[in-house]
Design a protein around this ligand. Structure first.
Ligand SMILES: [Zn+2]
Length: 308
């Protein structure tokens, strides 16, 4: 997990592109129809099978045309990457085509497609992109482009500022996340993410997407740690920058029950911020059966007992 922030300049540029798309679509209400976005941008979506030998041939040809030169061993790299399932989507600039691996579970399609759409409208991505993989650029640079494309996907699927506005009218709970997930037709995980990052930047809130501490097969993934993402609101980032993902996941493991689905725990605990103040927090865990989502909200400062 390389944790990179999207720069302010990049955010503004991406915001401007996404706002233009939404404006050109007449500021539609949720849920956003991605086929309308594709039509507007004249993009084509095609599903592929990673086992289909034709895909390597087509991609090699496209990339060679795009790069205007032969890339050494590109076919070999693509085949190896596909075999390891490290590629789940591509943006092929010269044919304005998004290719999506048909074995990717359906709930992830909207996010991946929007991620690729952002690559397609972000000027400075064009010179780097040779598909979504881990070998074309150095890991940090690649992580930056990926973070930017994910940022754009969030802005697009949650209709710029509309989601934050609507989320502020609801309490930060899993019930609200479920309601908004249905309304925007976006996954629980992506809705959970937006709720934490953008509902109220001044409230210290964190979230973890992880495997189930007691049933590791729930939420199993290819990373080394039980957790996949540590999401923090701007206030949490600035006031609790001392809190690590390891320590936070420790709280999940401490409070988690043996329940496998739906609400799996609700607890109160204490977190110490970077200036040494103890704050009470509520921590709530929810299992979608594909992952465990933990929502933590800092509530009140613990009063200091002063001896008199
Ligand atoms: Zn990407």
């Amino acid at each position: 997990m390389i944790d990179v922030d999207v720069g302010d300049f990049e955010k503004r540029e991406i915001d401007a592109q996404i706002s233009r798309i939404l404006r050109d679509l007449g500021s539609p209400p949720p849920p956003l129809k991605l086929e309308d976005v594709r039509k507007l941008l004249k993009l084509d979506l095609k599903y592929y099978k990673s086992t289909d030998p034709g895909i390597i041939e087509e991609l090699t040809h496209r990339f060679t045309l795009f790069a205007r030169k032969t890339i050494p061993d590109i076919g070999k790299h693509l085949a190896a990457a596909l075999a390891k399932s490290k590629l789940n989507a591509f943006w092929v600039p010269d044919s304005r085509r998004i290719l999506l691996d048909e074995t990717v579970p359906e709930p992830k399609h909207r996010w991946i497609e929007s991620h690729e759409i952002t690559h397609s409208v972000t000027d400075w991505h064009k010179e780097f992109l040779l598909g979504d993989n881990r070998y074309t650029v150095d890991p940090f640079c690649h992580a930056t482009l990926e973070a930017e494309a994910n940022y754009g996907a969030g802005r697009l699927l949650f209709l710029s500022d509309l989601f934050a506005k609507e989320a502020r009218d609801l309490a930060p709970t899993f019930d609200s996340i479920k309601t908004l997930s249905k309304r925007y037709e976006n996954s629980m995980v992506s809705t959970f993410w937006r709720m934490i990052e953008s509902r109220d930047p001044r409230q210290a809130v964190f979230g973890i997407v992880s495997a189930h501490p007691k049933f590791p097969e729930i939420g199993a993934h290819d990373g080394e740690d039980a957790w996949r993402y540590f999401i923090r609101s701007p206030a949490f980032r600035s006031q609790f920058s001392n809190i690590s993902i390891e320590a936070t996941f420790g709280l999940v493991a401490k409070h988690c029950t043996n329940r496998k689905k739906g609400p799996i725990f609700f607890a109160k605990d204490v977190m110490t911020n970077e200036i040494g103040e103890d704050w009470e927090c509520t921590i709530e865990g929810f299992s979608t059966t594909h992952a465990v989502l933990t929502l933590g909200i800092i509530t009140t400062k613990k009063s200091t007992i002063v001896a008199t």
